[in-house]
Design a protein around this ligand. Structure first.
Ligand code: ASP
Length: 348
């Protein structure tokens, strides 16, 4: 194969590692999809909106300062992991056995490097450990006690497991256990309560994309269950033309390889971002009985935030530097006014 043929082949696959001309940075985040009704107290709702805005501003500040898409993704997710209103880091859901087992992944679209951790119980910010796995280990995914030993060696903050506990999540587990005992359909699985996982996708001024996701998984999970969030291609994926973070019933995201599938549609099949994301999130996953949403971003800064649930905590920030946050399904998140899907054909 001649060199330029090789380059074209790699470009088609979205793996040239090529940077784009200076573009306007964009950051998109989610705080989980599910049944999101207007039943929060005004104070609770304000706390969620404030945390989302803070995550957007923190991540965007990195982008404006010339930081990478990876920096922005890690910064935004760290804010949400530290906030007890989300199912990631502090505030993570409980397993059947009453522990918190956290999963996270991060991916650099420019180089296709990725890092992930699964089932960690003492890592304050799993997204930072995932990034360390990517940057400081020869591996992509570490789990459990081995991942924590790696964290210790690399100066990643460890905490007592009691740090993650919130009363609301504990009560959620008690309810699920009662339903288990009564052999009722499991609320979190069957009726898709609000999942609460967090994720971010970013495009930096050099045109590089990144994606990250962090979660406690699903309430009452058992047997070391690992969801889609830390699985590269399922809940998290980025290449040079597309970045995706998913949230929802993870088994379906794994089976449809949801995040990778969206990106392949965009970078290989040249499907506009919004259509690519909608085909997976609004058609394929619900047709199989799954549910959830995703945030997706392409290399031109087009944003897509599809979900097939009542609502999804979501937000984005772009050229005007103003955080846009929406929680409910019928709430305008401002993405409709952005350029039409037909304009968003990727140019890897
Ligand atoms: N996708 C996550 C999982 O299945 C849950 C979520 O998105 O909230 O672990």
């Amino acid at each position: 194969m001649r060199p330029h043929h090789l380059f074209l082949a790699l470009a088609t696959l979205g793996i040239t590692g090529m940077s784009h001309a200076a573009v306007s940075p964009v950051l998109v985040i989610h705080g989980g999809a599910g049944v999101i009704k207007r039943d929060m107290t005004p104070a609770q709702e304000q706390a969620v909106r404030t945390a989302m805005a803070h995550a957007l501003q923190d991540g965007y500040a990195r982008l404006k300062a010339g930081g990478s898409a990876l920096d922005a993704v890690a910064a935004a997710i760290t804010v949400l992991e530290d906030d007890p209103n989300f199912n990631a880091g502090k505030g993570a859901v409980f397993t059947h056995d009453g522990s918190n087992e956290l999963d996270a992944a991060i991916m650099d679209g420019n180089t296709l490097r990725a890092g992930a951790v699964a089932g960690v119980e003492h890592v304050k910010n799993p997204i930072l450990l995932a990034r360390a796995v990517m940057e400081q280990s020869p591996h992509v995914m570490l789990s459990g006690t081995g991942a924590e030993a790696f964290a210790k060696e690399h100066g990643i903050a460890l905490v007592d497991s009691s740090y993650f506990r919130t009363e609301a999540r504990w009560q959620q587990l008690q309810k699920a256990l009662k339903e288990d005992a009564a052999k009722q359909p499991h609320a979190d699985v069957e009726t898709a309560k609000h999942f609460g996982t967090v994720g971010a996708v970013a495009l930096d001024a050099q045109g590089r994309l990144a994606a990250g996701t962090s979660t406690g998984g699903m309430t009452d999970k058992r047997w070391g269950r690992i969801g889609d969030s830390p699985i590269i291609g399922a809940g998290t994926y980025a290449n040079s033309g597309c970045a995706v973070s998913g949230t929802g019933w993870g088994e379906f995201y794994i089976r449809t390889v949801a995040a990778h599938q969206i990106c392949m549609k965009v970078t290989q099949m040249r499907v506009p971002l919004k259509r690519a994301a909608a085909e997976v999130i609004n058609q394929e996953i619900p047709s199989m009985g799954g549910n959830g949403g995703a945030i997706a971003l392409d290399a031109q800064g087009h944003i897509s935030i599809p979900f097939n649930t009542d609502g999804m905590y979501r937000g984005w920030i772009g050229a005007d530097g103003v955080p846009h946050v929406a929680l409910y399904g019928d709430e305008d998140d401002g993405t409709a006014e952005l350029p039409a899907p037909a304009d968003s054909v990727a140019q890897p």
